[in-house]
Design a protein around this ligand. Structure first.
Ligand SMILES: [Zn+2]
Ligand SMILES: [Zn+2]
Length: 229
């Protein structure tokens, strides 16, 4: 990767039309060379995105099929993408929304959005949305929907409980933490829904959201995250 003063480039990025990583000209904000160098996942389970030594369903999904019908994660949550996402979310750099959205829209396989009726980004609780000023999942979903002519749905599901951060919690604790966090306010009968998150860690959030969307009537629920932790 041709990194030129990377930290400055990402954090002080105020150069429209330049790559956020190497400052080369890039209309979308990330040049093709830097995008090609980002770590990509190896073989993984198509249902839960768990890394595997070979392609195929993982033992856990075979034993107990998860709520999600499939998961796509085009990138691995590692440097420098992890830094970009942190600068975007934690550092309140909303201008990184465009390059990251474009990265997802360009590198997500077409099969992930085939036959999809609507895209539902993981909702933030109102209070957190006000604090942060944006919802990163919604920004990524908007970019994807624009590029692929899909319907963005930010109204059918809400986060009704402001759950504490999932960071550092075990899988079981994450599940308990999220119970009842989402509620559907609309009928989703017969809908094929694609859920969208910025980063997928254990998949607890996406699975909990999928449960709510399925209970509202969705017939197929798949998910996309820009990166798999
Ligand atoms: Zn670049
Ligand atoms: Zn699996």
């Amino acid at each position: 990767m041709r990194l030129r003063s990377w930290g400055e480039a990402a954090l002080e990025w105020l150069y429209p039309g330049r790559c956020v990583m190497c400052l080369d000209p890039a209309p979308t904000g990330i040049c093709e060379g830097c995008a090609a160098d980002l770590p990509r996942p190896g073989p993984s389970c198509p249902t839960c995105a768990e890394p595997l030594p070979f392609a195929g369903d993982c033992p856990s999904c075979l034993r107990r099929p998860p709520v999600l019908d499939g998961v796509w994660t085009p990138f691995v949550y590692a440097w420098p993408l992890s830094h970009l996402l942190l600068a975007y979310k934690g550092g309140g750099r909303p201008q990184l929304a465009r390059p990251l959205g474009s990265l997802l829209a360009t590198h997500l396989p077409d099969t992930a959005t085939e036959g999809i009726d609507r895209v539902i980004p993981v909702p933030l609780h109102d209070r957190r949305f006000v604090q942060r000023g944006f919802n990163q999942s919604e920004d990524l979903a908007r970019a994807l929907c624009r590029k692929r002519d899909l319907t963005l749905d930010t109204r059918s599901v809400a986060r009704v409980v402001a759950t504490p951060s999932q960071q550092g919690l075990s899988r079981r604790a994450r599940r308990a933490n999220l119970r009842g966090a989402f509620a559907a306010s609309a009928e989703l009968s017969g809908q094929r829904v694609l859920l969208l998150d910025d980063v997928m860690t254990t998949g607890t959030t996406l699975n909990e959201l999928a449960r709510v969307v399925r209970r509202a009537g969705a017939v197929r629920v798949t998910a996309v995250a820009l990166a798999r932790a």
